[in-house]
Design a protein around this ligand. Structure first.
Ligand code: FE
Length: 302
């Protein structure tokens, strides 16, 4: 492979801080000023790391989604999830939940009851992956992958480590099945790490550094904590570790190149489809969460 095929950073932006859900602060590299779109990705939020005091932790109570997928990846702490289809679960440190909202779902995403009550640390990510028109009204689906089932690999020199949530790297393949071709990887690079990774040329590639700093491309362009880089064309990418090391999310996918009509938790192709989503939600067609059992489980008053 010629050096000319290595992707170089085309645009580097700094994540802004934003209040989400019930009032929790996120770092948001996408969308942000200078990076409004990264088709097929719609949004990337880093929750925390934050140390909540007792009674302080907030999440995102009941809200709907239609037309795309939400991917939750926890690094520390626990999130409880429940939805209008009766699905309920806990996403623990290192776990991934890949939720295809498709035709629609109402769900809540909250720090675990013990964190809300006693306080604790929360750190994680939520990524929104757009769905093509032909899949926007697909049946909702969950893939929940516990930390132990997420393949990990280390480079021959031991300086680069990767958790492969989607796609392939260093000879390992993800456990998750994606509806469209998606790469989602968590890379930890020590100083001196130097990894060349083939990536299909038709993929758009986004890198978000959330710890330390890394060098990208043959140019060795430094990207620091809280910065995202959109890479240019090429058949491969190059990641190098800088003094102090760094950690990043690598996201790649084939752009859908379809019109995007977006309103809050709904992402469709046309304004009419958005109006339909709102109408369906208002008339209860996306469902609601039944909570009788939950009150008992959390020990709250009836
Ligand atoms: Fe949500």
């Amino acid at each position: 492979m010629s050096d000319r095929t290595v992707r170089e950073p085309e645009r580097i932006v700094t994540a802004h801080r934003q209040t989400e859900g019930g009032g929790f602060i996120v770092r948001r590299p996408l969308p942000t000023r200078g990076l409004e779109h990264a088709d097929p990705f719609l949004l990337l939020d880093e929750m925390g790391p934050v140390d909540y005091a007792p009674g302080e932790a907030v999440g995102a109570p009941d809200h709907p989604h239609r037309g795309f997928e939400t991917v939750t990846y926890m690094l520390e702490g626990e999130f409880e999830h429940e939805d209008s289809a009766g699905h309920r679960g806990v996403i623990r440190a290192g776990d991934v939940q890949w939720m295809t909202a498709g035709a629609g779902i109402v769900h809540s995403e909250m720090p675990a009851a013990h964190i809300r009550r006693d306080g604790g640390r929360v750190h994680g990510f939520q990524l929104w992956v757009n769905l093509p028109a032909r899949l926007k009204m697909t049946r909702p689906r969950y893939q929940e992958v516990p930390a132990a089932a997420i393949p990990e690999a280390t480079s021959a020199d031991g300086r680069a480590r990767v958790r492969v949530i989607a796609g392939q790297a260093l000879g390992v393949s993800a456990a998750i099945d994606t509806l469209t071709p998606i790469v989602y990887q968590d890379w930890t690079l020590q100083e001196g790490a130097d990894v060349r990774l083939p990536l299909p040329e038709d993929h758009a590639v986004l890198v978000y550094v959330f710890q330390g700093s890394v060098a990208l491309g043959d140019s060795g362009t430094a990207v620091r904590d809280g910065q995202a880089a959109l890479l240019g064309q090429g058949a491969a990418m190059r990641l190098r570790g800088l003094p102090g090391g760094g950690r990043l999310l690598l996201l790649a996918g084939v752009p859908l190149r379809e019109p995007v009509a977006r309103y809050g938790p709904f992402v469709m192709n046309t304004v009419d489809e958005l109006a339909q989503a709102l109408a369906d939600h208002r008339s209860g067609r996306l469902g609601e969460i039944t909570r009788t059992a939950v009150v008992g489980r959390l020990g709250g008053a009836p």
